[in-house]
Design a protein around this ligand. Structure first.
Ligand SMILES: NC(=O)c1ccc[n+]([C@@H]2O[C@H](COP(=O)([O-])OP(=O)(O)OC[C@H]3O[C@@H](n4cnc5c(N)ncnc54)[C@H](OP(=O)(O)O)[C@@H]3O)[C@@H](O)[C@H]2O)c1
Length: 273
Protein backbone atom coordinates (compact mmCIF):
# COMPACT_ATOMS: atom_id res chain seq x y z
CA UNK A 1 0.00 0.00 0.00
CA UNK A 2 2.79 2.39 0.97
CA UNK A 3 4.53 1.66 -2.34
CA UNK A 4 1.37 2.49 -4.34
CA UNK A 5 0.97 5.80 -2.47
CA UNK A 6 4.67 6.57 -3.08
CA UNK A 7 4.44 5.76 -6.82
CA UNK A 8 1.27 7.88 -7.25
CA UNK A 9 2.88 10.78 -5.34
CA UNK A 10 6.02 10.64 -7.50
CA UNK A 11 3.89 10.54 -10.67
CA UNK A 12 1.85 13.54 -9.53
CA UNK A 13 4.95 15.59 -8.66
CA UNK A 14 6.67 14.60 -11.94
CA UNK A 15 3.52 15.48 -13.91
CA UNK A 16 3.25 18.84 -12.18
CA UNK A 17 6.93 19.66 -12.82
CA UNK A 18 6.72 18.57 -16.47
CA UNK A 19 3.60 20.66 -16.97
CA UNK A 20 4.79 23.79 -15.22
CA UNK A 21 8.46 23.77 -16.28
CA UNK A 22 8.75 21.95 -19.62
CA UNK A 23 5.39 22.62 -21.31
CA UNK A 24 5.04 26.18 -20.01
CA UNK A 25 8.53 27.10 -21.18
CA UNK A 26 7.79 25.67 -24.62
CA UNK A 27 4.65 27.81 -24.85
CA UNK A 28 6.27 30.90 -23.37
CA UNK A 29 9.04 30.67 -25.95
CA UNK A 30 6.47 30.80 -28.75
CA UNK A 31 6.40 34.15 -30.56
CA UNK A 32 4.03 36.78 -29.26
CA UNK A 33 2.08 38.38 -32.09
CA UNK A 34 -0.55 40.20 -30.05
CA UNK A 35 -1.09 43.61 -31.59
CA UNK A 36 -4.86 43.77 -32.05
CA UNK A 37 -6.92 43.42 -28.91
CA UNK A 38 -10.65 43.52 -28.20
CA UNK A 39 -11.99 44.40 -24.75
CA UNK A 40 -15.54 43.14 -24.23
CA UNK A 41 -16.94 45.58 -21.67
CA UNK A 42 -14.62 48.56 -22.17
CA UNK A 43 -16.94 51.42 -21.24
CA UNK A 44 -16.05 51.67 -17.54
CA UNK A 45 -14.05 50.26 -14.64
CA UNK A 46 -11.46 47.53 -15.23
CA UNK A 47 -12.23 47.21 -18.97
CA UNK A 48 -11.74 50.92 -19.62
CA UNK A 49 -8.44 50.93 -17.68
CA UNK A 50 -7.31 47.83 -19.58
CA UNK A 51 -8.07 49.46 -22.93
CA UNK A 52 -5.91 52.42 -21.85
CA UNK A 53 -3.02 50.19 -20.75
CA UNK A 54 -3.20 48.15 -23.97
CA UNK A 55 -3.27 51.26 -26.18
CA UNK A 56 -0.40 52.81 -24.23
CA UNK A 57 1.57 49.66 -25.03
CA UNK A 58 0.92 49.93 -28.75
CA UNK A 59 -2.12 47.69 -29.21
CA UNK A 60 -4.90 48.61 -31.62
CA UNK A 61 -7.99 48.17 -29.50
CA UNK A 62 -11.62 47.22 -30.19
CA UNK A 63 -13.99 48.58 -27.57
CA UNK A 64 -17.40 47.06 -26.84
CA UNK A 65 -20.28 47.71 -24.46
CA UNK A 66 -23.80 49.12 -24.45
CA UNK A 67 -22.89 52.75 -23.61
CA UNK A 68 -21.64 53.95 -27.00
CA UNK A 69 -21.09 57.53 -25.74
CA UNK A 70 -18.58 56.31 -23.13
CA UNK A 71 -16.83 54.10 -25.69
CA UNK A 72 -16.54 57.00 -28.14
CA UNK A 73 -15.23 59.28 -25.37
CA UNK A 74 -12.58 56.69 -24.54
CA UNK A 75 -11.75 56.28 -28.23
CA UNK A 76 -10.88 59.98 -28.47
CA UNK A 77 -8.30 59.63 -25.68
CA UNK A 78 -6.44 56.50 -26.80
CA UNK A 79 -3.14 56.95 -28.65
CA UNK A 80 -3.54 54.03 -31.10
CA UNK A 81 -6.09 53.06 -33.74
CA UNK A 82 -9.33 52.10 -32.00
CA UNK A 83 -12.67 50.65 -33.04
CA UNK A 84 -16.04 50.88 -31.29
CA UNK A 85 -18.82 48.31 -31.44
CA UNK A 86 -21.96 48.83 -29.41
CA UNK A 87 -23.03 45.45 -28.12
CA UNK A 88 -25.51 44.08 -25.58
CA UNK A 89 -24.53 40.60 -24.43
CA UNK A 90 -28.12 39.86 -23.42
CA UNK A 91 -28.69 39.18 -27.11
CA UNK A 92 -25.91 36.60 -27.58
CA UNK A 93 -26.40 35.62 -31.24
CA UNK A 94 -26.46 39.27 -32.32
CA UNK A 95 -23.36 39.94 -30.17
CA UNK A 96 -21.53 37.03 -31.80
CA UNK A 97 -22.25 38.46 -35.23
CA UNK A 98 -21.11 41.91 -34.05
CA UNK A 99 -17.88 40.46 -32.67
CA UNK A 100 -17.19 38.76 -36.02
CA UNK A 101 -17.80 42.11 -37.77
CA UNK A 102 -15.47 43.89 -35.34
CA UNK A 103 -12.68 41.37 -35.99
CA UNK A 104 -13.16 41.95 -39.74
CA UNK A 105 -13.10 45.74 -39.31
CA UNK A 106 -9.90 45.52 -37.24
CA UNK A 107 -8.28 43.22 -39.79
CA UNK A 108 -7.53 40.51 -37.24
CA UNK A 109 -7.44 39.58 -33.59
CA UNK A 110 -4.57 38.51 -31.35
CA UNK A 111 -5.99 39.09 -27.89
CA UNK A 112 -9.51 39.18 -26.50
CA UNK A 113 -10.46 40.14 -22.96
CA UNK A 114 -13.86 38.89 -21.82
CA UNK A 115 -14.39 41.48 -19.13
CA UNK A 116 -18.08 42.45 -19.32
CA UNK A 117 -19.98 41.48 -16.22
CA UNK A 118 -23.07 42.20 -14.18
CA UNK A 119 -23.47 41.76 -10.43
CA UNK A 120 -26.44 41.84 -8.09
CA UNK A 121 -26.89 40.21 -4.69
CA UNK A 122 -29.41 37.43 -4.08
CA UNK A 123 -30.98 38.95 -0.96
CA UNK A 124 -34.21 39.86 -2.74
CA UNK A 125 -34.23 36.72 -4.93
CA UNK A 126 -35.08 38.96 -7.88
CA UNK A 127 -35.17 36.49 -10.76
CA UNK A 128 -34.80 39.17 -13.45
CA UNK A 129 -31.50 40.28 -11.87
CA UNK A 130 -30.33 36.68 -11.45
CA UNK A 131 -31.20 36.04 -15.08
CA UNK A 132 -29.24 39.12 -16.18
CA UNK A 133 -26.19 37.79 -14.33
CA UNK A 134 -26.53 34.48 -16.17
CA UNK A 135 -27.24 36.15 -19.53
CA UNK A 136 -24.16 38.40 -19.37
CA UNK A 137 -21.64 36.47 -17.25
CA UNK A 138 -22.45 32.96 -18.52
CA UNK A 139 -24.20 32.97 -21.92
CA UNK A 140 -22.56 36.20 -23.12
CA UNK A 141 -19.15 35.06 -21.86
CA UNK A 142 -19.44 31.66 -23.58
CA UNK A 143 -20.72 33.27 -26.80
CA UNK A 144 -17.73 35.62 -27.02
CA UNK A 145 -15.30 32.77 -26.20
CA UNK A 146 -16.86 30.66 -28.96
CA UNK A 147 -16.29 33.33 -31.63
CA UNK A 148 -12.73 34.01 -30.43
CA UNK A 149 -11.77 30.34 -30.39
CA UNK A 150 -13.22 29.80 -33.86
CA UNK A 151 -10.92 32.60 -35.00
CA UNK A 152 -7.80 31.60 -33.04
CA UNK A 153 -7.72 27.91 -34.01
CA UNK A 154 -7.48 28.35 -37.81
CA UNK A 155 -5.04 31.28 -37.51
CA UNK A 156 -3.01 29.12 -35.09
CA UNK A 157 -2.39 31.71 -32.42
CA UNK A 158 -4.25 33.96 -30.01
CA UNK A 159 -4.85 34.79 -26.37
CA UNK A 160 -8.17 34.58 -24.57
CA UNK A 161 -8.46 36.31 -21.20
CA UNK A 162 -11.49 35.78 -19.00
CA UNK A 163 -12.19 38.19 -16.15
CA UNK A 164 -13.61 35.95 -13.45
CA UNK A 165 -13.37 36.65 -9.69
CA UNK A 166 -12.03 35.29 -6.42
CA UNK A 167 -15.74 34.48 -5.90
CA UNK A 168 -15.32 31.71 -8.50
CA UNK A 169 -13.70 29.67 -5.74
CA UNK A 170 -16.04 30.46 -2.88
CA UNK A 171 -19.70 31.48 -3.07
CA UNK A 172 -20.29 33.95 -0.28
CA UNK A 173 -23.74 34.19 1.27
CA UNK A 174 -26.25 36.30 -0.67
CA UNK A 175 -24.05 36.29 -3.78
CA UNK A 176 -24.48 32.74 -5.03
CA UNK A 177 -25.71 33.53 -8.55
CA UNK A 178 -22.79 35.87 -9.25
CA UNK A 179 -20.31 33.40 -7.70
CA UNK A 180 -21.74 30.54 -9.75
CA UNK A 181 -21.43 32.64 -12.92
CA UNK A 182 -17.76 33.28 -12.14
CA UNK A 183 -17.15 29.57 -11.45
CA UNK A 184 -18.51 29.00 -14.94
CA UNK A 185 -16.11 31.58 -16.40
CA UNK A 186 -13.11 30.00 -14.66
CA UNK A 187 -14.16 26.47 -15.64
CA UNK A 188 -14.66 27.55 -19.25
CA UNK A 189 -11.17 29.07 -19.31
CA UNK A 190 -9.66 25.89 -17.85
CA UNK A 191 -11.57 23.69 -20.29
CA UNK A 192 -10.55 25.75 -23.33
CA UNK A 193 -6.93 25.71 -22.13
CA UNK A 194 -7.06 21.92 -21.78
CA UNK A 195 -8.61 21.68 -25.24
CA UNK A 196 -6.00 23.76 -27.05
CA UNK A 197 -2.92 22.52 -25.13
CA UNK A 198 -2.66 19.15 -26.98
CA UNK A 199 -2.57 21.03 -30.30
CA UNK A 200 0.78 22.56 -29.28
CA UNK A 201 -0.37 25.86 -30.80
CA UNK A 202 0.52 29.15 -29.10
CA UNK A 203 -3.06 29.79 -28.04
CA UNK A 204 -3.12 30.99 -24.43
CA UNK A 205 -5.92 31.25 -21.93
CA UNK A 206 -5.66 33.42 -18.83
CA UNK A 207 -8.19 33.36 -16.00
CA UNK A 208 -8.14 36.67 -14.10
CA UNK A 209 -9.48 36.53 -10.55
CA UNK A 210 -9.83 40.01 -9.06
CA UNK A 211 -10.62 40.77 -5.45
CA UNK A 212 -12.13 44.21 -4.79
CA UNK A 213 -11.48 46.84 -7.46
CA UNK A 214 -12.83 50.37 -7.05
CA UNK A 215 -15.49 50.45 -9.80
CA UNK A 216 -19.21 51.16 -10.07
CA UNK A 217 -19.89 47.44 -9.63
CA UNK A 218 -18.82 47.44 -5.98
CA UNK A 219 -19.59 51.10 -5.17
CA UNK A 220 -22.34 50.15 -2.69
CA UNK A 221 -20.59 47.11 -1.31
CA UNK A 222 -19.96 47.45 2.46
CA UNK A 223 -16.86 46.13 4.23
CA UNK A 224 -14.50 46.31 1.25
CA UNK A 225 -10.82 45.65 1.89
CA UNK A 226 -7.61 45.44 -0.14
CA UNK A 227 -9.39 47.46 -2.84
CA UNK A 228 -7.19 48.39 -5.79
CA UNK A 229 -7.72 51.11 -8.35
CA UNK A 230 -8.86 50.05 -11.85
CA UNK A 231 -5.48 51.26 -13.15
CA UNK A 232 -3.47 49.06 -10.75
CA UNK A 233 -5.74 46.10 -11.58
CA UNK A 234 -5.32 46.72 -15.32
CA UNK A 235 -1.53 46.92 -15.04
CA UNK A 236 -1.38 43.61 -13.17
CA UNK A 237 -3.72 42.01 -15.73
CA UNK A 238 -1.48 43.32 -18.51
CA UNK A 239 1.58 41.76 -16.83
CA UNK A 240 -0.29 38.45 -16.47
CA UNK A 241 -1.14 38.55 -20.18
CA UNK A 242 2.45 39.27 -21.18
CA UNK A 243 3.73 36.32 -19.15
CA UNK A 244 0.94 34.00 -20.36
CA UNK A 245 -0.24 33.25 -16.84
CA UNK A 246 -2.93 30.58 -16.56
CA UNK A 247 -4.52 32.10 -13.47
CA UNK A 248 -3.77 35.52 -12.00
CA UNK A 249 -5.09 37.04 -8.79
CA UNK A 250 -5.59 40.80 -8.96
CA UNK A 251 -4.09 42.23 -6.94
CA UNK A 252 -1.59 39.46 -6.29
CA UNK A 253 -2.19 39.30 -2.54
CA UNK A 254 -5.75 38.05 -3.17
CA UNK A 255 -4.16 34.64 -3.63
CA UNK A 256 -3.80 34.60 0.16
CA UNK A 257 -7.58 35.04 0.54
CA UNK A 258 -8.05 32.24 -1.97
CA UNK A 259 -5.87 29.90 0.10
CA UNK A 260 -7.56 30.97 3.33
CA UNK A 261 -11.03 30.28 1.89
CA UNK A 262 -10.00 26.76 0.89
CA UNK A 263 -8.75 26.03 4.42
CA UNK A 264 -11.09 27.93 6.73
CA UNK A 265 -13.98 26.04 8.38
CA UNK A 266 -17.52 27.31 7.65
CA UNK A 267 -18.03 28.59 11.22
CA UNK A 268 -14.97 30.83 10.87
CA UNK A 269 -16.15 32.24 7.52
CA UNK A 270 -19.65 32.84 8.98
CA UNK A 271 -18.01 34.66 11.90
CA UNK A 272 -15.75 36.87 9.73
CA UNK A 273 -18.01 37.67 6.77
N1 LIG B 1 -14.94 45.57 -9.25
C1 LIG B 1 -14.66 44.47 -8.58
O1 LIG B 1 -14.40 44.51 -7.36
C2 LIG B 1 -14.62 43.14 -9.30
C3 LIG B 1 -14.17 42.02 -8.57
C4 LIG B 1 -14.11 40.78 -9.20
C5 LIG B 1 -14.46 40.67 -10.54
N2 LIG B 1 -14.90 41.77 -11.23
C6 LIG B 1 -15.27 41.60 -12.63
O2 LIG B 1 -14.61 42.56 -13.41
C7 LIG B 1 -15.34 42.79 -14.61
C8 LIG B 1 -15.46 44.29 -14.86
O3 LIG B 1 -16.29 44.86 -13.85
P1 LIG B 1 -16.02 46.31 -13.24
O4 LIG B 1 -15.76 46.13 -11.80
O5 LIG B 1 -15.05 47.05 -14.06
O6 LIG B 1 -17.50 46.94 -13.34
P2 LIG B 1 -18.16 48.00 -14.33
O7 LIG B 1 -17.45 49.30 -14.28
O8 LIG B 1 -19.61 47.96 -13.98
O9 LIG B 1 -17.92 47.38 -15.79
C9 LIG B 1 -18.75 46.40 -16.33
C10 LIG B 1 -18.55 46.36 -17.83
O10 LIG B 1 -19.38 45.30 -18.35
C11 LIG B 1 -20.18 45.83 -19.41
N3 LIG B 1 -21.49 45.19 -19.45
C12 LIG B 1 -22.34 44.98 -18.42
N4 LIG B 1 -23.48 44.46 -18.87
C13 LIG B 1 -23.34 44.33 -20.22
C14 LIG B 1 -24.20 43.86 -21.26
N5 LIG B 1 -25.44 43.45 -21.04
N6 LIG B 1 -23.72 43.87 -22.52
C15 LIG B 1 -22.48 44.30 -22.79
N7 LIG B 1 -21.63 44.76 -21.87
C16 LIG B 1 -22.07 44.79 -20.60
C17 LIG B 1 -20.35 47.30 -19.06
O11 LIG B 1 -20.61 48.05 -20.24
P3 LIG B 1 -22.02 48.76 -20.54
O12 LIG B 1 -22.69 49.05 -19.24
O13 LIG B 1 -21.65 49.99 -21.32
O14 LIG B 1 -22.77 47.77 -21.37
C18 LIG B 1 -18.98 47.66 -18.50
O15 LIG B 1 -18.10 48.00 -19.53
C19 LIG B 1 -16.69 42.08 -14.42
O16 LIG B 1 -16.69 40.85 -15.11
C20 LIG B 1 -16.74 41.83 -12.93
O17 LIG B 1 -17.56 40.73 -12.60
C21 LIG B 1 -14.98 43.01 -10.63
Amino acid sequence: MKKIVLVISVMLVAGYLFNSIVLDSVFIDAPLHAQKAIVIGASSGIGKALAEVLANNGYEVGLTGRRADLLQGLQQKLPTKTFVKQMDLRTPEKSMQQLEELIQEMGGLDLIILNAGFAHDDKDLDWQKSKEILDVNVIGFAAMANVALKYFLPQKHGHLVGVSSVCAEYAFKDAFTYAASKSFASALCQGIRNTVRPTGLPIYVTDIRPGFVDTAMVANCPDKYWESSPREAAEQIYDAIQSHKKIAYVTKRWRIISWALQLAPDWLIDFVV
